[in-house]
Structures are given as C-alpha cells and as structure tokens.
Design a protein around this ligand. Structure first.
Ligand SMILES: [Zn+2]
Length: 302
C-alpha cells in the first residue's frame, strides 16, 4: 500500500515537473502524450517488450512519459544540434513536399529535417534489432525517444509548412481573445480549447474519444494508414506530403496575419487535429512493430 502511494507521488511529481516546460518545437505536451498513448495500444507483444527494455527508468514503462523529451532537451546546449529535426520547411504556397528539395536545415545540410530524422532513427533501431554491428555506437534509448517524438511532429500540419513564415511561427493571430502565433495555435491551443470545451479538461478522456474513433469511424482506414509502399519500415515522405496539404487546406486558410480565429476555425480544424493525433499514434506503433519483429527471442538469447 505504502509502495503504491509512493509510486503515485513520484509519478505526480514527475508530471508536475514536465508540465510547465516550454514546447515551441512540436505538438505541445498534450499532443505528443496522446500520440504515444495511442501508439502503445497498438504495439505487438514483441515491440512492447523491446520498447520497455529501451525506455529510461524514469518512464516507468510508459512510452508516453518520454514523448516530449526531444522538446525538453532541444533547449539545452547539448542537444541544440537536434532543433532542426522537428520540422521540414517547404516552398511558400507550393503546397507540396519533396525530400530532396526540402529536407535540409538552414545551412542546407541534407537529411537534417523531420523526415530525415525518422529515417535515421528507424535505421538505428532496426540495425541494432537485427544484430548488425555498426561502427557507430547508437544510443538506442535516445533513438526510440526521438523517433516517437518526430513521428508525432511530422503529423502536425504546420511542421511541414512554408519556409517564409517558419511554419506559421511568424503569423500573429488572435485565438479568441488571446494573441498567439499560428504555429502555436496548432501545436497547443486547438487541443487546449478542445480539452476545456469537450473533455472536462481531462486529457485521458480526449485520448479515449480518439481511440473510440479509431476502432469505430476510422476502422477501415487504419490498415491504409499503417501501410508503407515497397514494404518500407517507415514512410515519412507520405506523412509529410499529407501534412503540407492539410496545412494549405486548413491551417493557413482564413488565418492571415492579424485575423481573429474563433468557433468557426476551431470547430472545423479540431477534427483534423484529432485525426492527425490518431494517425501519428497508429503509425508510430506500426513502425515500432516492424522494427521489433521477434526481438524478444533475440534479446533473451543475448
Ligand atoms: Zn518537436
């Protein structure tokens, strides 16, 4: 009994510690938490086993607990190099994405963008799982935490936005009566308003509602979401193409600088946000399931 209370208190402290951190680099804390909670429901037994082996002790077996880790450390000197990996910028008003054209950082270093990062960390986890020895000593715990975060980020439409406005960061709007930039509206404010308006300010209720949609309204779409052409383990180019298309159709539309966004915008965009959280979760699970096929036997043998 005492042990359970102690554990709960540690967990509460851990959450309290995480909540006030700034989250300018991706879906907010809630979005990433939801994506990873949804993913956990879809993990195979092998993948769940491997994930639990790789998670840091502080996560206490819960992948969702570390899904904002990449944002938290992104502000530190040690991980500053990773800040370009949370997004990919595309040419203004083109409304499309091409890996070779777009996946680079502001110094034009190739592969340094969110889709390149998803390929990279998928490869790291996969090569380790297959027992391929590498000249590099990958930190697989970090690889898992980065991958889980970036699969969430790439599903946030404005993480695949225009170069000229930094994915909506330089577009100042009003969210109801509050001044905010458009990127932050999509990272956090739509989700926060939804929590208050529809979910009794309880993230677990919102996650349950999304999970019900997956097993109900979207049931026939799930296998299409999970699928990657050519039997690839992950297909971030597809996720990125969808995001810029949604950014043009929904995020940028009627959100010009100085505009006030309220019910009409909120209610028509919330279904897009909820579907992207669902897709991010289902696809993260599919990727991890493909990476960790029968790793249980391999780890047991090691
Ligand atoms: Zn991020």
């Amino acid at each position: 009994m005492h042990m359970i209370m102690g554990y709960e208190r540690v967990r509460v402290l851990f959450l309290l510690f995480l909540i006030p951190l700034p989250t300018v680099l991706g879906w907010g804390k809630e979005g990433h938490y939801a994506t990873c909670k949804i993913a956990q429901e879809y993990l195979s037994e092998d993948a769940l086993f491997a994930v639990k082996q790789l998670l840091p002790d502080s996560a206490q077996g819960d992948l969702a607990a570390v899904c904002s880790w990449a944002d938290e450390v992104g502000h530190t000197h040690r991980y500053h190099w990773s800040s370009a990996l949370h997004y990919v910028d595309t040419p203004d008003f083109k409304c499309n994405y091409e890996y070779c054209r777009d996946c680079h950082d502001s110094y034009r270093h190739e592969h340094r963008c969110v889709s390149g990062a998803i390929y990279n960390y998928t490869m790291q986890l996969k090569s380790a799982d297959a027992g391929i020895s590498s000249e590099f000593n990958y930190n697989l715990t970090e690889a898992l935490m980065f991958l889980s975060h970036f699969v969430g980020d790439i599903h946030q439409p404005l993480h695949v936005g225009f170069t000229g406005d930094l994915g909506g960061n330089t577009i100042t709007v009003h969210w109801y009566r509050r001044k905010a930039n458009l990127h932050y509206v999509w990272d956090d404010l739509i989700i926060q308003s939804a929590l208050k308006t529809f979910y009794d300010s309880d993230l677990s209720i919102m996650i349950q509602a999304i999970q019900r949609n997956i097993t109900d309204n979207w049931l026939n779409d799930v296998s299409t979401w999970e699928h990657c052409a050519h039997n690839y383990t992950a297909c971030p180019n597809r996720y990125a193409s969808e995001s810029i298309s949604l950014a043009c159709k929904f995020a940028y539309r009627n959100a010009t600088p100085g505009s006030t966004l309220k019910d009409e915008y909120f209610l028509s965009r919330l279904p897009v946000v909820e579907k992207r959280l669902a897709q991010g979760g289902v696809r993260l699970a599919a990727i991890l399931n493909r990476i960790f096929t029968s790793s249980k036997t391999r780890i047991a043998q090691a």
